[in-house]
Write a protein that binds this ligand. Structure first.
Ligand SMILES: Nc1ncnc2c1ncn2[C@@H]1O[C@H](COP(=O)(O)OP(=O)(O)OP(=O)(O)O)[C@@H](O)[C@H]1O
Length: 330
């Protein structure tokens, strides 16, 4: 993990909210007949770890690219540190770190040469190259040509390229998509270090556990519109998803389990008898009386449950089916 410099406190740019890193107001974007982003408004606070979630094709990349100044919105306004990122705003560039799903590389260079080139383009110190390579776990591959890196290693290099110049605002579009579990967890620690140092992070992911573990707030985008914005904690707390009690098969027959007061559904999943309930305490006590609690596992609602429930309700629903519930501020 590299050393991360704490952010100096900067005054807000003229016209921007002093607490906002990004302000999006009424932004829409069409590709032909396809409305990829539809009247989106949101505010990302300085120092916040903000997650953008949603099904494939929901418009996450389009929205993030508009915030980065890589795409132009058809309508609406975007302010990044109080300034418009479009047309390409060179004053903003050193303050932004951008990893896209199709990051470009100097493929004939080695990993370290590539990162030195990126660092030089931003005027970043050469010393940052080694610490950044180390932070993404690429020190051992520093002399490997970019074209010979594996998919996951290239992805780590793309992340390093977004971080090497110490940006204040970091956009990461599915940064852990191709990473193995260890690399994914190691990147979480890098990102937590950046957040602790006061950086603002905007992150898209399909890993709900990742969003739950890292994000202060998330927005769930469905069909180009924001369905909900809140902290994972609040969303899970307000969830209607049931708790699940899992018993080793053979401990309790299905009919008897279904007869326990408070049990709403009984299924068999991969060697377990699963009892769904909104009265976990009562059902656990009943299970304890019948068979004891040895080997019984419980799982309460997670962000994944909230996400699946929400997207199932909204996907394919008409436009009127989109409640926009901008909720708790951090
Ligand atoms: N350059 C483009 N030209 C035409 N249509 C596009 C273009 N880019 C995206 N789209 C369409 O716009 C919609 C939103 O795409 P976008 O890539 O923003 O979604 P996403 O939420 O990032 O998806 P994923 O999770 O699969 O990366 C999709 O229907 C996609 O096919």
């Amino acid at each position: 993990m590299s050393e991360v410099q704490a952010m100096p406190t900067t005054s807000a740019a003229a016209g921007g909210s002093p607490t906002a890193a990004v302000q999006v107001r009424g932004v829409s974007k069409r590709y032909g007949d396809r409305r990829a982003v539809d009247d989106v408004s949101l505010e990302i606070h300085r120092g916040e770890f903000f997650g953008l979630l949603g099904p494939n094709g929901a418009g996450k990349s389009t929205l993030i690219e508009i915030m980065e100044g890589l795409r132009r919105a058809d309508t609406g306004t975007v302010a990044v540190f109080g300034e418009s990122p479009w047309p390409r705003n060179t004053a903003l560039l050193p303050r932004l770190g951008v990893q896209t799903q199709s990051s470009a590389f100097f493929v004939r260079q080695t990993a370290v040469e590539h990162l030195r080139t990126v660092a030089a383009l931003y005027g970043a110190p050469r010393s940052a190259v080694d610490t950044t390579l180390e932070s993404v776990g690429l020190s051992a591959q520093r002399r490997v040509q970019v074209e010979n890196l594996s998919g996951g290693q290239r992805q780590r290099l793309a992340i390093a390229s977004a971080l090497v110049h110490g940006p204040e605002l970091i956009f990461l579009d599915e940064p852990t998509a191709a990473l193995d579990p260890q690399a994914r967890r190691a990147l979480w620690e890098v990102l937590r270090g950046l957040k602790a140092a006061g950086r603002t992070i905007v992150h898209t992911t399909h890993h709900l556990d990742e969003a739950e573990a890292l994000c202060d707030r998330i927005a769930i985008l469905v069909d180009g519109r924001i369905a909900v914005t809140d902290s994972p904690h609040n969303l899970v707390g307000a969830s209607r998803a049931p708790s699940r009690l899992m018993l080793p098969l053979g401990r309790l027959d299905e009919q008897r389990a279904a007869a326990i007061e408070g049990v709403e559904r009984v299924t068999v999943e991969g060697g377990s008898l699963v009892l769904e309930t909104h009265a976990a305490g009562r059902v656990l006590a009943a299970v304890d009386r019948i068979t004891g609690l040895d080997g019984v596992q419980t799982r309460t609602a997670s962000l994944e449950d909230v996400y699946l429930d929400l997207t199932a309700r909204l996907t394919g629903a008409g436009r009127s089916g989109h409640p926009t519930t901008e909720t708790t501020e951090p």
